[in-house]
Design a protein around this ligand. Structure first.
Ligand SMILES: NC(=O)c1ccc[n+]([C@@H]2O[C@H](COP(=O)([O-])OP(=O)(O)OC[C@H]3O[C@@H](n4cnc5c(N)ncnc54)[C@H](OP(=O)(O)O)[C@@H]3O)[C@@H](O)[C@H]2O)c1
Length: 272
């Protein structure tokens, strides 16, 4: 019997690459997206597009129930969907703050609520959270995105204890910068922060172009897809792993240095 995988944000980038790769390895992949039209070009019978809005528990329930009816199991859940808000804390609007956590954090919790009972009953399961190296490292203008990804790391740590007795593994993948649609379509900017008269214009003009450039010239999403297969196949895979150049550079450095020394290195590197 084939293994059933559910991936969120599967229409592009790491989600799409993972769906494609796992489908070639014998998995049946439910590719969750807000708009199934994103998949009209796909002719792979092992990839099944499914509409799922992470903001809406009813939509999540419907998608999960659909998979349960067909297979009576979900072996792997990849919580991948996410976007980045670029704003200072001073400028951020209430709805922008809420939406960042609504998708990147509450969306994961809502989906876990529906999938965990299925995994618990089948006495096995793997939950893979796509976090970021920015889930362990802060940067200015990214406080909301950073804190959402720090929260994802917390979800992984806590769930690992909570679910271990049901034979459900939970892992975080912390990518560095990757060349996906992320910088082109899924970085949302706050109007005031990006105004030419902003008091933070020095940060905006120094840091924002570097980040965008580093994402657009980042690693290939295929590396994340490879890691996801590795996690599925290796029951002894560590709780979390880094993938991509920037994550491999900064995460070990953060572990080795004092907070202040690490900060100095980041400030030099990003000219902030
Ligand atoms: N690219 C990077 O440098 C990088 C680095 C570290 C971590 N990450 C993380 O990796 C994950 C995948 O990103 P990616 O780089 O592959 O980017 P991507 O190509 O932009 O894909 C992001 C996916 O997330 C979903 N998404 C975006 N905004 C959403 C919203 N408001 N509501 C619901 N779904 C939304 C979209 O799904 P649909 O349109 O199909 O609904 C989209 O397919 C994200 O969690 C991101 O934070 C990215």
């Amino acid at each position: 019997m084939s293994n059933i995988v559910l991936i969120t944000g599967a229409s592009s980038g790491m989600g799409r690459a993972s769906a494609n790769y796992l489908s070639t390895k014998g998995f049946i992949v439910y590719a969750a997206t807000r708009d199934v039209e994103n998949f009209k070009d796909i002719e792979n019978k092992n990839i099944i597009p499914i509409e799922l809005d992470l903001r809406n528990q009813k939509s999540i329930k419907k998608a999960v129930e659909f998979i349960k009816q067909r297979h009576n199991k979900i072996d792997v859940l990849v919580n991948n969907a996410g976007y980045g808000l670029v704003s200072t804390v001073e400028d951020v609007e209430e709805n922008e703050m809420y939406e960042q956590f609504n998708i990147n954090v509450f969306g994961i919790l809502r989906l876990c609520k529906e999938v965990i009972p299925i995994m618990r009953e089948q006495k096995s399961g793997i939950i893979i959270n796509i976090s970021s190296f920015l889930g362990k490292i802060g940067l200015p203008l990214l406080t909301l995105y950073n804190s959402s990804k720090y929260a994802v790391e917390g979800i992984t740590d806590s769930l690992r204890y909570e679910l271990k007795d049901f034979n459900i593994r939970v892992h975080s993948v912390m990518p560095g910068f990757f060349d996906t649609k992320f910088a082109r379509e899924n970085l949302v900017t706050n109007k005031k922060t990006f105004d030419k008269d902003s008091l933070y214009s020095h940060l905006v003009s120094n840091l924002a172009p570097i980040i965008v450039e580093q994402i657009n010239n980042g690693n290939s999403a295929d590396e994340v897809a490879n890691m996801i297969l590795e996690i599925i196949q290796n029951p002894k895979f560590p709780a979390r792993a880094t993938v991509g150049d920037k994550a491999k550079k900064f995460i070990p450095m953060k572990k080795e240095l004092s907070d202040e020394d690490f900060e100095r290195r980041v400030m030099e590197y990003y000219n902030i």
